[in-house]
Design a protein around this ligand. Structure first.
Ligand SMILES: Nc1ncnc2c1ncn2[C@@H]1O[C@H](COP(=O)(O)OP(=O)(O)OP(=O)(O)O)[C@@H](O)[C@H]1O
Ligand SMILES: [Mg+2]
Length: 244
């Protein structure tokens, strides 16, 4: 789907990251390095700090302390321009489906003659052909989320962050999104995705980061973490027990 296969996105690294609010530690990540080729899935109970971590990695919030680096360089505007993020509830413009995509491509300074075919390709990729003229806000939840992902992919990102993109979707809508995510990953986009769905982690993840109470309690290859978790917190979460 992408015109050009870019170089591998390199290392995304967090050092000494901390965020506190009214004396409570919300995020405390001394070191985290994402440098693997495949999708990284972030798991953990409600309030574990998954969304906060994603927002820090995308430069949407400044931590109280610590830094995020890409390939050893402090995350800067040009890195951020090569990142895209998809939220749990898609944020779409009050325009048609095609116009939502056109908006992003125009901002990338893509000439008009190239935009139309690119939009057609994107719509086909997301199974939204035939919906180009429909108001984006009238799409179903699954369609809207697919459009949000297409809009993110239209940026040709090196890294795509997704925060529970399928949590409100039925199994078939979820499957369509998982296919899009896997295709993007196969095309070289680094995927960093939050989920509560252990089955989804099993289907998508190469690597898993487990979080609890603002901390990374385990990071490892998906098979190892899912089949033989090393930390008690991971084990309890995967067993479906209450993690306090
Ligand atoms: N702006 C804020 N001000 C104060 N506390 C915040 C703020 N943003 C997040 N928090 C707190 O930080 C903690 C981590 O929040 P976060 O949204 O990262 O959790 P999460 O792991 O994504 O949870 P969920 O699975 O429910 O989405 C929570 O206790 C939350 O209330
Ligand atoms: Mg969250």
């Amino acid at each position: 789907m992408r015109d050009v296969v870019t170089e591998a996105p390199g290392t995304l690294e967090v050092r000494g990251l901390s965020i506190a609010h009214e004396g409570k530690v919300l995020l405390d990540v001394p070191h985290l390095c994402l440098d693997g080729p495949g999708p990284t899935l972030i798991l953990g109970p409600n309030g574990a700090g998954k969304s906060l971590l994603l927002r820090c990695l995308h430069g949407l919030i400044q931590p109280d302390r610590g830094r995020v680096c890409q390939n050893g360089v402090l995350l800067n505007a040009s890195h951020k321009a090569r990142q895209a993020m998809v939220f749990q509830r898609p944020v779409l413009l009050r325009r048609s489906v095609a116009a939502n995509l056109d908006f992003v491509l125009k901002r990338k300074s893509m000439p008009r003659v190239q935009r139309k075919p690119r939009i057609d390709d994107l719509l086909a990729e997301g199974g939204l052909d035939g919906k180009a003229r429909q108001p984006a806000r009238s799409l179903s939840g699954g369609e809207a989320q697919r459009l949000a992902i297409l809009r993110a992919l239209a940026l040709d990102p090196e890294t795509l962050f997704l925060d529970e993109p399928t949590s409100a979707l039925d199994p078939s809508a979820t499957q369509m999104i998982e296919r899009m995510v896997l295709r993007a990953s196969a095309q070289g986009v680094r995927i960093v995705m939050v989920t509560h769905d252990i089955g989804q982690a099993r289907r998508l993840a190469t690597e898993i980061v487990m979080m609890q109470a603002g901390r990374v309690v385990e990071q490892g290859l998906a098979r190892q973490v899912l089949e033989a978790p090393k930390s008690d917190e991971s084990r309890r979460y995967l067993d479906g027990g209450l993690v306090t």
